[in-house]
Design a binder for this molecule. Structure first.
Ligand code: NAD
Ligand code: DAU
Length: 354
């Protein structure tokens, strides 16, 4: 048996592929365009593993996707591929429309054609699992209940709007064509292999480099944080037992303001790799101009996946963030490798005005 994973060289996708092959003998075909966020070094441990077939390409390349489906006959397609950074979507939305909406559409079309041509037993077992985000639900006020799966879609950034559109397409392919789909909407992930443009890895990397730790606005925006390996286990759980056409929210029951996250990272670094001058890394915090349209609060109600499928996160924030900081301290070469010229250009553009 084989699964086809898209975006499997990115942060969550590569963690998923590594965990999958650690626990199962089922082959993985990994289709990734290798944008700035895709990194084959994330998959270095699989370099000589015949169960992992890496293909560089675009989910929007209909001919390539059709050929891969024909050649490998996967029993499931898991779509992680996306442009994923909100700030980049504000500076340049086009790629987000292209990959997240148009790309997902082409992928769905090819999967629909493939699924339509396989025998009835294979059709019944087939799954298309779409990995999405809690950001499609918009922003919560401080006392609002957490997002459930029936919360109205109210995306506020080009990124979340493009993910919302992709969720709607996936839903429509189930409703209209009967494609056996599952959608997951997860909160903020953190953990190993996280590209240092996102809050937690950026703070870890900047702190050690003696650079400012840029906190947008008042730093009181709230996110729900989930260790990436828990997200991967939730996806495996939904793939295994999720009801067709359903969506499942995934979260860590772990709402924290950004400033608390930054303080926690600083305190762990103070403990694990103290600054030579004896000062706390907290002294590097710099309040900068807020993100336009910045969502104030996200919170996930993860009772459905827990009650229906028995999934719960294994890590607390305290255990997960300690592992994460330690991972970055143990992998300076990975950090150096991803901080290419393109990375430096992005950081210079994004933080120029602040
Ligand atoms: P990422 O940006 O780290 O990785 C995305 C991967 O997709 C990269 O390897 C990139 O090369 C690849 N890719 C981009 N465009 C492609 C295309 N057209 N064809 C093929 N591959 C392409 O993202 P991530 O943080 O790993 O997120 C993975 C998925 O999970 C995304 O769909 C994202 O919306 C969703 N998600 C992320 C989070 C989070 O906190 N990071 C939370 C919830 C949901
Ligand atoms: O909620 C799930 C989403 O989480 C995913 O769908 C996205 O792909 C993922 O990027 C993430 O989106 P966020 O915008 O929440 O993540 P980010 O790490 O960019 O920012 C987290 C919070 O920290 C947010 O409130 C903005 C703030 N922030 C971020 C950066 C990069 C800062 O204060 N300073 C920064 O330099």
């Amino acid at each position: 048996m084989t699964i086809l994973v898209t975006g499997g060289a990115g942060f969550i996708g590569s963690n998923f592929v590594l965990d999958w092959l650690a626990a199962s003998d089922e082959d993985v075909v990994n289709l990734d365009k290798l944008t700035y966020a895709g990194n084959v070094h994330n998959l270095a441990d699989l370099a000589s593993d015949p169960r992992h077939i890496f293909v560089q390409g675009d989910i929007g390349d209909a001919g390539l996707v059709a050929a891969l489906l024909k050649a490998h006959s996967p029993r499931a397609v898991l779509n992680f591929a996306a442009e994923s950074h909100v700030d980049r979507s504000i500076l340049g939305p086009l790629e987000f429309i292209q990959t997240n909406i148009v790309g997902t559409f082409h992928l769905l079309e090819q999967v629909r054609a493939y699924w339509g041509g396989i025998d009835a037993q294979a059709q019944a077992g087939f799954r298309f699992l779409h990995v999405s985000t809690d950001e499609v639900y918009g922003s919560l006020a401080s006392r609002d209940p957490a997002f459930t799966e029936t919360h109205r879609y109210e995306p506020n950034s080009p990124y979340s709007a493009s993910k919302a559109a992709s969720d709607h397409l996936v839903r429509a392919y189930h409703h209209t064509y009967g494609l056996p789909v599952l959608t997951t909407n997860c909160s903020n992930n953190y953990g190993p292999l996280h590209f240092p443009e996102k809050l937690i890895p950026l703070m870890i990397v900047n702190a050690q480099a003696g650079k400012p730790l840029p906190v947008y606005g008042d730093g009181q925006q709230i996110r729900d944080w989930l260790y990436v390996k828990d997200h991967c286990s939730a996806i495996r759980t939904v793939l295994q037992g999720g009801r067709l056409g359903e969506t499942y929210n995934i979260g860590g029951w772990n709402e924290k303001p950004n400033l608390h996250i930054v303080h926690t990272v600083c305190d762990l670094l103070d403990e694990l790799k103290p600054r030579a001058d004896g000062q706390s890394y907290r002294s590097q915090i710099a309040y900068v101009t807020d993100r336009p349209g910045h969502d104030r609060r996200y919170a996930i109600d993860a009772r459905k996946i827990e009650q229906e499928l028995g999934w719960k996160p294994a890590e607390t924030f305290e255990t997960g963030i300690r592992k994460t900081v330690q991972w970055y301290l143990d992998h300076p070469q990975w950090v150096a490798q991803v901080q290419s010229g393109a990375y430096r250009e992005w950081v210079a553009t994004q933080y120029a005005q602040t």
